[in-house]
Design a protein around this ligand. Sequence first.
Ligand code: FE2
Length: 150
Amino acid sequence: MAHVEWFDDLSVGIEAIDKQHQRLIEYANKLYDNLHDRELLAGVLADTIEYTESHFGFEETMMEESGYPYLRAHKRIHDLFIRRVAKYKERFLAGEDIGEELHDTLVRWLVTHIKSEDANYSASMIAKFGKDEAMLSKKKKGWFARLFGG
Ligand SMILES: [Fe+2]
């Protein structure tokens, strides 16, 4: 599996979330360029884990604030994915060459998750917050700021 280019079908219709997904895809692409470089892989792995967790936290807060009814099921899927990536980190630290497998998992999971589970919350969130970033920016004064430092 090669580089992933962003395509419109991946948009959930909410700019802030699309940008976060684009960043995760960038990490996957960076990983692809350095599949066997342990030093670089360590950095990408750390960035991916950290950013995935903050992105999931953001999505879950947005789902909660918008009254999305399937938050718990969605959160379970997020938690499982975090554990899956943590397993790759363990194997990496044990000296295994996991770059290719991790890249494959990231790309497959991200694309599938964005197009199915993430697409499902879109309508609830747009109804609550509006589509454009201006609307989301207004939220920065409250919980948005707590999550992202304004
Ligand atoms: Fe999600």
